[in-house]
Ligand binder design. Structure first.
Ligand code: GCB
Length: 623
């Protein structure tokens, strides 16, 4: 891989971006004991149709629900994708670097261009990129092949177990299943956009922006930036002799020049500051989600002058947190939000522009101000929208339900945290890191393990964001992760326990939250509570799985949260599980999917959505 792809591909006067999204050729390989042929037969070196039948496959999309072949939906193992693309002749004549970048592919990916191996990537929800300048062939379409493998193990993040049945009197030959510690369908494939992009020989590799507000006047912003550059020039002598210079300009939302500097690393002032405000949290004269642009020019002079230009959008806001408060821009912030999934019919976890705008329209319609990227990092296209609209994000790693806590798992977890923080470090919307959801935190090695992940994440983040882990186990005093800034808990009183008896909630929730606080002495946020409902199913008095029960259950939670808001100073928010119904693996205790959505899977409101909307807007009007 290369670090050129840390920054999202962007057109500018020095860069060109070409989207490779569209319909690619596709074939699964092996599975259920069938031999894996792709590597032996070199499927990466020719068009896929030259080695057998192909299916049409959209990119980006999960492959599972697109095909009419059940084996594709249930596939475990390698799947091959192939497409072709042209590059303009001027890319050669102008001596551009050419990179390829994937927003994500789940879980393990290998990439070849014109038969040459470009890179591998491990991990399903973060971008990866590689330089392909030397592999392009002028005058012919370039062959791109990607092999994706969705097999999880005890060392992958998240973890999974492959089970192969050998008793041929009871199972078809090679019968294989994959079990995992989470309830969402393990969608696979190339889930996010694929771009080819160019840069000059010396290019802007990464930009880090942090900011503060001077004198608390809220009028003068102080922006610290750091530009790092990369180059594809191999010769060290040449590299060391090149002279580089930066010109950095801050522009406001109307593209007016506010400030500029001549260093590649420095501090700039922003007078007349517009803060990045969360949605519904802004003073009357401000708009939520205000974004500035840091326009970076990297000028290098070797044989001739070359210039690379990149424009990074960023917001200026503060986060303050302590044992009993969480503030954004100096104002106490109460989370009214959702747990969510990247989950849609047909395209699974594939980025879909219409769905992502619709989701944010619905989030705003409910009066919510936040969500958690449960249970993995979401697409950059989604977070761009959150930045722009002022939606507050708890940015979660894909570490769900972890157990074991050995050294190799730790190394993999640290790798994921590094990629995640690198990707999202500049985002105003991201106000907290979640290291994972519901780890088996009572297992003894968990404490030490998480202390290391916490320390490393703190070291990596230039933005000093608070760190949480979403917990769900009990809390015998000295076990479980320590050192968290905020404690998030998932609680299902009246659903998984005392099923059908929501009247326990207003007692059990406050009692439980107070006990957590007594142990951790940190702000507490309930990141999950929720009841399943089958849309259109009713019974009065309410009964489990009806919309009526979901509403009664929510009403009791609102009571409980109001008690906590009254009695304590550390209770900082509520996030309902889930924004929308989503796909699960085949199960007997869930009717087709996880039905805890307040919206259906196709984003129509249940009865619950209207009740939640009343709650969230009335809380919004209190602040
Ligand atoms: C949880 C998990 C979430 C599940 C939910 C449920 O605690 O964090 O991923 O979907 O419970 O519905 O069981």
């Amino acid at each position: 891989g290369t670090r050129a792809g840390i920054l999202y591909p962007q057109d500018s006067e020095s860069r060109e971006v070409k989207s490779l999204d569209g319909i690619w050729a596709f074939r699964i390989d092996g599975g259920n004991g069938k031999p894996i042929l792709g590597f032996q037969e070199k499927w990466y070196s020719d068009e896929l149709r030259s080695t057998g039948d192909v299916e049409l496959m959209p990119v980006p999309s999960s492959y599972n629900d697109v095909s009419q072949n059940k084996d594709v939906r249930d596939h475990i193992g390698w799947a091959w994708y192939q497409t072709q693309f042209w590059t303009p002749g001027r890319w050669q004549s102008e001596d551009r670097n050419v990179f390829i970048r994937f927003g994500s592919a789940n879980y393990f990916a290998m990439v070849w261009v014109n038969g040459e191996h470009v890179m591998n990537h491990t991990g399903g929800h973060l971008p990866f990129s590689g330089e392909i300048t030397g592999y392009l062939i002028p005058g012919v379409p370039n062959l791109l092949v990607v092999a994706v493998n969705n097999t999880l193990s005890s060392l992958t993040i998240p973890q999974g177990t492959l089970i192969v049945q050998n008793d041929e009197t009871r199972f078809p030959k090679g019968f294989t299943t994959q079990e995992y510690n989470f309830d969402y369908f393990h969608y696979a494939g190339i889930h996010r956009p694929v771009y080819v992009f160019t840069t000059p020989k010396y290019y802007i590799e990464d930009i880090t922006v942090t900011s503060t507000i001077l004198n608390n006047s809220q009028l003068l912003g102080v922006v610290n930036y750091d530009v790092s550059f990369g180059s594809s020039v191999d010769d060290n002598n040449i590299r060391e002799n090149v002279s580089t210079e930066c010109l950095v300009v801050i522009r406001d939302a109307k593209n007016r020049k506010i400030s500029y500097g001549r260093d590649c690393s420095g501090t700039l002032e922003v007078p007349g500051l517009h803060l990045w405000w969360p949605y519904t949290h802004q003073p009357p004269t401000e708009t939520p989600g205000y974004l500035y642009t840091l326009e970076v020019h990297l000028i290098t002079n070797l044989v001739s002058v070359d210039e690379d230009v990149y424009r990074l959008k960023f917001g200026i806001r503060t986060i303050e947190y302590g044992d009993n408060y969480f503030k954004i821009n100096g104002k106490p912030f109460y989370f009214r939000g959702f747990g969510r999934h990247e989950d849609y019919s047909i395209r699974g976890r594939g980025v879909d522009w219409a769905m992502l705008v619709k989701d944010h329209n619905l989030i705003q319609w409910t009066g919510a101000n936040s969500y958690r990227t449960s249970h993995y990092p979401y697409a950059e296209e989604i977070l761009d929208l959150a930045d722009r609209l002022g939606i507050v994000i708890i940015d979660e790693s894909p570490a769900i339900g972890l157990s074991g806590f050995g050294n190799q798992l730790l190394a993999n977890h640290l790798q994921v945290m590094e990629e995640l923080v690198m990707r999202d470090k500049n985002r105003a919307s991201v106000i907290m890191w979640s290291l994972g959801n519901e780890p088996k935190s009572l297992q003894l090695p968990a404490t030490l393990y998480f202390e290391k992940v916490i320390a490393e994440t703190r070291r990596l983040d230039p933005g000093n964001r608070p760190i949480t882990i979403v917990l769900s186990e009990g809390f015998p005093a000295d076990i479980g992760p320590r050192g968290l800034d905020v404690v998030c808990i998932n609680r299902y009183f009246g659903w998984y326990s005392n099923t059908g008896r929501p009247e326990v909630v207003r007692l059990q929730m406050p009692t439980d939250v107070k006990a957590w606080n007594k142990h951790y002495k940190k702000p507490i946020l309930v990141t999950e509570y929720g009841a399943g409902s089958v849309v259109g199913m009713h019974q009065n008095p309410s009964f489990v799985w009806t919309e009526d029960y979901q509403v009664d259950y929510m009403y009791e939670h609102f009571k409980a949260f109001d008690i906590l808001r009254n009695d304590t100073d550390y209770f900082i928010g509520e996030m309902i599980w889930n924004f929308a119904d989503f796909a699960t693996p085949p199960e007997t205790f869930r009717p087709w999917g996880c039905m805890k959505g307040v919206f259906t899977r196709d984003r129509q409101p249940k009865y619950a959505a209207h009740l939640l909307r009343q709650r969230y807007w009335s809380l919004a009007n209190l602040t």
